[in-house]
Design a protein around this ligand. Structure first.
Ligand code: BTN
Length: 322
């Protein structure tokens, strides 16, 4: 059931970038001005960045992530049927895993506009700026071998490429980065709870740099990272991108689960690879070796030829730099 607060939020989100008057919200919901005011105060306390301007009313200054707007554009069967959007969270992956430890819901989507404990791969942190980035985690309960779970990262990457294409063409830096001109636009973190032969659940998280300005990145990241807004010179609607991504993801994921075929999404990964054919550095805990990236095989492994070797080597996971 939609609460008054959620209805008030939906009105302000739908009006973006224009303000909507408190009186109009009262009239549409047939509630009192006090009820609207209380709902706004409560939303602000939850972290929603709602501004007000005299009689013209309430408004957001950034394109807000909205459950109503995302759901309206979803054509999925199970992905995002359970969808939660929060202004702030510790980490969407951490909370999605806590929820899944109790009851894993296949296709559950948790989205936040800000994370205060965002996690990256290999124990790193992740930059998450309120109202300017999107953190999204999907919970899945696939009946596949745990050894194939890493393919889900590549399904996410392929789905993101397709969703982003009409707005901004992007490439995949195997295995888990989405890049533009070598700068990172998104990162993917796939985690699972499993036994040797059975997956309990997978939580795949994607951090998307939607509308960050250059000053939102640390000095160190300014050269390495980018955002849609920086690339396009204008802010994007996060809801359109999120729903397009979820639609594409379900399509590719279902085909893989139903047929076992990796053909479709790995073809997308190969065609949009930022590394195939390039000289790369393969970084391990022990050493960094130079290699040439040859292709991605049907198991999702990056086939590389280390400098000086005659044979090629498959990498199942790992860290590379170009
Ligand atoms: C990386 O590039 O190291 C992966 C970054 C993954 C960040 C996303 S944001 C949504 C989800 N929640 C997290 O805490 N991390 C992932």
């Amino acid at each position: 059931m939609t609460t008054t607060k959620e209805k008030v939020l939906a009105f302000i989100q739908e009006a973006y970038p224009e303000p909507i008057s408190g009186q109009l919200i009262c009239d549409k919901l047939t509630i009192s001005r006090t009820a609207v005011w209380k709902a706004i105060q409560s939303l602000k306390e939850e972290g929603y960045d709602i501004h007000s301007q005299g009689k013209s009313g309430y408004y957001f200054t950034q394109p807000p992530v909205s459950k109503v707007a995302i759901s309206a554009q979803l054509n999925t069967k199970f992905i995002g049927k359970h969808l939660t959007v929060l202004p702030t969270i510790s980490s969407t992956n951490t909370v999605a895993k806590q929820l899944a430890d109790v009851t894993p819901i296949d296709g559950n989507v948790l989205i936040a506009e800000e994370q205060i404990g965002a996690r990256g791969r290999l124990g790193r942190t992740w930059n998450s700026t309120k109202g300017k980035s999107v953190a999204l985690s999907i919970t899945l309960t696939p009946s596949i071998s745990p050894t194939n779970a890493s393919l889900i990262t590549q399904i996410v990457a392929a789905a993101f490429v397709l969703a982003s294409e009409p707005i901004l063409p992007v490439k995949i830096k195997w295995p888990n980065d989405i890049v533009v001109n070598g700068q990172k636009l998104c990162g993917i973190l796939t985690e699972m709870s499993a036994e040797l032969t059975e997956i309990h659940y997978v939580v795949v998280g994607i951090g998307i740099n939607t509308n960050l300005d250059i000053t939102d990145f640390s000095d160190e990241l300014q050269k390495k990272a980018t955002s849609f807004a920086l690339q396009l010179g204008q802010k994007i609607d996060p809801n359109q991108l999120i729903s397009a991504f979820l639609n594409q993801f379900e399509h590719l994921y279902q085909e893989f689960i139903e047929t076992g075929s990796t053909e479709k999404f790995l073809t997308i990964c190969r065609e949009h690879s930022a590394v195939i054919g390039k000289d790369i550095h393969v970084i391990s805990s022990k050493e960094t070796r130079q290699a040439q990236a040859i292709t991605i095989d049907n198991a999702g492994q990056l086939i590389v030829k280390f400098n000086g070797d005659t044979e090629s080597t498959p990498l199942l996971a790992g860290e590379i730099s170009i």
